[in-house]
Write a protein that binds this ligand. Structure first.
Ligand code: GLC
Ligand code: CA
Length: 533
């Protein structure tokens, strides 16, 4: 196969507020991203996805967009963006923006118009409904951040729907004018040279036309957060969303022939695998990569991971390219969930499975969730449903760059506290350490570049037992074995005949134990990449 750039690429998700501040306000900015581009190239990633940078009241930290075609002044200007983009491209780095089409800020001019009267031409751009007969909300849909998903608007005597905060009003994607306006926005950024979009909550975009009640979730426990009281059967994942995804793809594809390479669309979709697969498209192509989040929540256990990987591979439609994710700005960090030792094994897994990996900033340092004192909590999710560990501030803390003041992130007070271990867990220091997790990430990323089997090769699980997960990657004459010990006991892996003389290319621990006698002994928490001699 001839691989496309987004198939061999490793994507780096960066949370702009927390990457690098340059003007001393404690908040990261575009100039800061530009300053750190050489870090990204030296790390060895190919593309970055930047969480939203558009003008926003920041009630949901940029996922409440008030103007899709601008840059929030806290991050800089359009000129800063153009410069950063040009600098990224000059280094061969692709840039993906975060597109938030499901909802706008309540401060967006469209919503102001829509809200102004029932007969405003933009009334139907959002989801307005009459009250239920008792005057309450039109149905039982619950916001993902808790509480009814309907907000009463007294001046016009109707409710509007918001899947997230009341400051994030859902657009009516059944309205062709909304579609046209949003597609123009995609073109605006493609014309500026962006290489693609991560599409926020793609599976939320269309709701059942008649707004029936969602069914109760009998497995609901309060610790899950209120959104789980009901199953989001009618409020998400409606068949019409695939037409929209296909339209977006067609727009992206029209740019693909201009010499810059394909413009890629990545859909944020939290659904079971069988539903997820529809987002690759059916008659018409859908998004290139429907995000596969399974590794984030799966039990860290070799047998069930092997099954999960096999089932995902088997479920992929013809031509559907896989992808894998260990963390993002909404979910606990991998080092917190799996521990430091297994975070290294997880790194090897992420970067050697078949498909495009997305790496969350800071995970290459083994950054953990940072406990945020109650008085410093910023995330609306935590503020609305405190104490359930649903808050996302802990995974959005500043990038620790070096041993200087505030870890080199800012000269002011950072908007969220740094990780307490920043004096040792920072880029400058770990880059010098031959066995740091950062060095491991760099070596893994370098190995992906020099071994095509790791990026585009075939994938086959090996028969293993207990805590071992092992697989073969093969491309042409190149065959590699990846063996991961997810447990705390050493494990013996019997090697297939063709690999009986394998030698380790890379271990997650210091020096790898040599293979011998057709078998490999993996130490506790060790992952190894092996190549036949
Ligand atoms: C997505 C984003 C999340 C945001 C939500 C609403 O899930 O990743 O951060 O709060 O959408 O836009
Ligand atoms: Ca700043």
């Amino acid at each position: 196969m001839t691989a496309l750039w987004w198939q061999t690429a490793v994507i780096y998700q960066l949370y702009p507020r927390s990457f690098q501040d340059t003007n001393g306000d404690g908040i990261g900015d575009l100039k800061g991203i530009e300053r750190r581009l050489d870090y990204l190239t030296s790390l060895g990633v190919d593309a970055m996805w930047i969480s939203p940078i558009y003008p926003s009241p920041m009630v949901d930290f940029g996922y409440d967009v008030a103007d899709y075609c601008g840059i929030d002044s806290r991050f800089g200007t359009l000129a800063d963006f153009d410069k950063m983009l040009a600098q990224a491209h000059a280094r061969g780095l692709k840039v993906l923006l975060d597109f938030v089409p499901n909802h706008t800020s309540d401060q967006h001019p469209w919503f102001a118009e829509s809200r102004s009267s029932r007969d405003n031409p933009k009334r139907d751009w959002y989801l307005w409904r009459d009250p239920a007969p008792d005057g309450g909300p039109p149905n039982n849909w619950i916001s993902d951040f808790g509480g009814s998903a309907w907000k009463w608007d007294a001046p016009t005597g109707q409710y509007y729907y918001h899947a997230f905060l009341k400051e994030q009003a859902d657009l009516n994607w059944r309205n062709p004018s909304v579609q046209a306006a949003m597609y123009d926005i995609m073109r605006f950024w493609f014309d500026r040279g962006v290489d693609g979009f991560r599409i926020d909550v793609l599976w939320h975009m269309v709701k059942a036309a008649d707004f029936p009640d969602n069914p109760p979730n009998f497995d609901y426990r309060p610790a899950m957060g209120e959104m789980n009281r009901v199953l989001q059967l009618h409020s998400t994942d409606q068949p019409e969303v695939h037409g929209i995804a296909a339209d977006m793809r067609a727009i992206a594809d029209r740019y693909g022939a201009d010499g810059q390479g394909e413009r890629v669309l990545i859909g944020e979709i939290y659904l079971p695998v069988d539903r997820l697969m529809h987002y690759y498209g059916q008659e018409r192509a859908g998004v290139h990569l429907p995000f596969n989040f399974q590794l984030i929540d799966a039990p860290w256990e070799a047998r069930s991971l092997a099954k999960l990987i096999a089932d995902y591979e088997a479920a992929l439609p013809a031509g559907g390219w896989p992808n894998w994710v260990l963390g993002n700005h909404d979910r606990p960090r991998v080092a917190t969930k799996r521990g430091q030792a297994q975070a290294r094994v997880a790194a090897m897994l992420l970067l050697t499975l078949r498909g495009t990996p997305t790496l969350y900033y800071g995970d290459e340092l083994g950054l953990s969730d940072v406990a945020i004192p109650a008085a410093q909590v910023q995330d609306p999710r935590e503020l609305r449903e405190p104490g359930l560990a649903l808050g996302r501030d802990p995974v959005r803390t500043p990038m620790p760059w070096d041993g200087s003041e505030n870890a080199g992130f800012t000269k002011a007070k950072p908007w969220l506290p740094l990780n307490a271990d920043w004096p040792t867990r920072n880029v400058a220091r770990m880059a010098e350490e031959p066995h740091s997790i950062l060095t491991l990430y760099r070596r893994l990323l370098a190995m992906r570049r020099t071994h095509a089997s790791l990026s585009i090769g075939d994938f086959a699980l090996l028969d293993t037992e207990c805590d071992l997960l092992a697989y073969e990657r093969r491309h042409g004459a190149e065959r590699l074995i990846v063996a991961l010990n997810l447990g705390t006991q050493s494990q013996r892996l019997k090697l297939p005949d063709w690999a009986s003389n394998c030698r380790p290319l890379l271990s997650t621990l210091a020096a790898a134990a040599p293979a011998g006698d057709g078998a490999l002994l993996l130490r506790a928490d060790e992952g190894v990449i092996l190549s036949p001699e």
